[in-house]
Structures are given as C-alpha cells and as structure tokens.
Design a protein around this ligand. Structure first.
Ligand code: PDD
Length: 294
C-alpha cells in the first residue's frame, strides 16, 4: 500500500479518510492537479502549482501556499514511495462544516490530500508501436461553463468517457457550438499540412500544462502552430490528431467516429514532437537538467 498525504500527515493510503461532512464529498467543492514525476523529479511543477492556485481562486477559496511548501509535500511522497516514474494526484477541498448548505463558507480549514501512483519507465529507444493509438468518438460537451477550472466534479467527464468505451472507442472529443474543444481528460491537437493546431484557451477547456509545453517545443524547434477554433467537421480532414495530458503525454488518434485519420498510423509530426518530449524526460532522468528547468 502506497504512502499518501492528508492534512499535514503522511500515512498509508488505506488510512487516509475524510469526514462525510467534507464539502468535497457533499458538493464536489474542490480542485485538483495531476503532476508527473520522472526519475524522482517533478515535471513542469511551477506550471501545475500556478494552475492549482488559479483554480482555488476561481472557486473563491482563499488558500495559497508557497511553491516550496507544495514541493516539500510532493517530495515527501516521492521519498516515501518507491516509484521512479509516477503521477501525483493533489486535491484541495473546502473542508468540513457542521451544516450542509449551499452558501460558500469563508472560515475553516481546507482538506489537502495527495497520493502517488506509478507511471511506466522512461524509454530511451521507443518505437511508435510501443505507444497506444486511440480511436475516439465525438459528443456534445455536457459539462458546465467553467472547464478552465480543474474542479473535482468530473461526473460529466466520466459519463462522456464511458460512452466511448461502450462504443468500442478509447475516448470522446467534446464539441460545443460546433467546435471541438478537448477530450474527457486531455487537450486536443490536430495537424494539417505540417501546421499544429489547437483550440485557443477559453472557459470551455482546461489550460493543459502539456498543451502549453508542446507549444513551447513547437516554437523552440520551428514547427509552425496556430491556436484557433477547430470545427467538428475538420477533425476528419486532419492529417494527424493528438490528445495530450500529464499522464498520457502525446497520444496519436487514428480514428474518429470510425473514419480513419491520415494513414491510420501515428504521423510524422507526432513522431517528431514525441521524440522532443522523450528527450527532455531522458535529460531529466540522466540529471542533465533539473525538474525546475522544464
Ligand atoms: N487531466 N483537459 C482535461 C479536461 C483534463 O482533465 C486534463 C488533465 C487535461 C490536460 O492537462 P495537463 O496537460 O495539465 O495534464 C486537459 C488529468 C491528467 C486527470 O484528470 O487525470
């Protein structure tokens, strides 16, 4: 059983329990982050903590810790568990109050919880066939209007993902007002004529840390990119489609609603971007760069 963190204490995951009056349990009143760890070092840590603080402020929770405190918490988890490569789930809810009512209470202690789970090892000589390609369906986005907040209320995301699984696909790309925004737990990219395209940031999608990093890598390596709306019908015309997140990294999508994308295999721009991503992980692994540098 792995060691988790709850309100100032490290304890085995099975002993980490919260009161039923916690507003996270009653209202889904909380936010979270998922932070990757490679070779025992956090990846893109500052970006995750800055998004956590933004989410807290967006739900009117006046709670911020110095980044060094969050890092000490995460390093405490890394040290106490034996995973070299892992993802840390970090959740903050508004805490417990004696009555259940909809008014947002201003006093009180938040509940801070974190746990860690293993990720596959960093692979130096990877083949495209090692990476699972996805087939996806499209569905109307039935989530709320503030998908930029990384809220723990994920029921709509789970239902939309389940629809994909029940139709034999891996995930669902969400469509609002005729535009594809993201998938149930990842951001969306398409490639057309060598140009990487991703929808612009808005309240309809999460500002993914991986999304931002891919745009940085594209800029660094001179790959053209655009942030613009992607009409749903454009998905089928794309040469490549990718889904990106901290745990999935960059996943090629080879089918949308049973239509084959490109040649039906992971494409050349994906291959290049994936290579850049893995090179950085490997440098981190070899200690050539620090977790703070990427
Ligand atoms: N999900 N969009 C949604 C709706 C997400 O839930 C996520 C991440 C992303 C990608 O964000 P990032 O690149 O910062 O991981 C986009 C996490 C991994 C999860 O819920 O497990």
């Amino acid at each position: 059983m792995s060691v988790a963190y709850l309100n100032g204490e490290f304890l085995t995951l099975e002993h980490a329990t919260v009161p039923v009056l916690d507003r996270g349990f009653l209202f889904g009143d909380g936010v979270y982050e998922v932070i990757p760890v490679y070779a025992g070092k956090t990846f893109r840590f500052s970006s995750h903590i800055s998004r956590l603080h933004k989410s807290l402020s967006a739900i009117l929770m006046n709670f911020e810790l110095p980044e060094s405190d969050w890092l000490a918490l995460c390093e405490g988890l890394i040290e106490r568990n034996e995973f070299e490569n892992a993802s840390i789930y970090l959740q903050v809810t508004r805490g417990s109050y004696i009555d259940r009512h909809h008014d947002i209470p201003t006093l009180g202690e938040p509940t801070v919880f974190a746990m860690i789970s293993p990720l596959p090892p960093v692979q130096k000589d990877w083949q495209a066939s090692d990476i699972k390609s996805y087939s996806v369906i499209t569905e109307d986005d039935i989530r709320w209007q503030r998908c930029d907040i990384k809220a723990i209320t994920l029921l709509a995301n789970c239902m939309l993902k389940q629809k994909a699984l029940e139709s034999g696909a891996d995930d669902t790309i969400l469509v609002r007002n005729g535009e594809a925004s993201e998938a149930t737990s990842s951001n969306l990219f398409i490639v057309r004529d060598g140009v990487i395209i991703t929808p612009p940031l808005s309240e309809h999608l999460l500002a993914g840390v991986t999304r931002e990093f891919i745009l940085t890598l594209a800029q660094r390596h001179g790959i053209p990119f655009e942030e613009r709306a992607i009409p749903e019908h454009e998905l089928e015309l794309a040469d490549e489609i990718w889904l990106t997140s901290s745990t999935k990294e960059i996943r090629p999508v080879i089918k949308v609603n049973d239509v084959t994308i490109g040649d039906g295999v992971a494409g050349p721009v994906w291959r290049q971007m994936y290579q850049y991503y893995q090179e950085l992980k490997e440098q981190l692994y070899l200690g050539e760069i620090s977790g703070g540098a990427v």
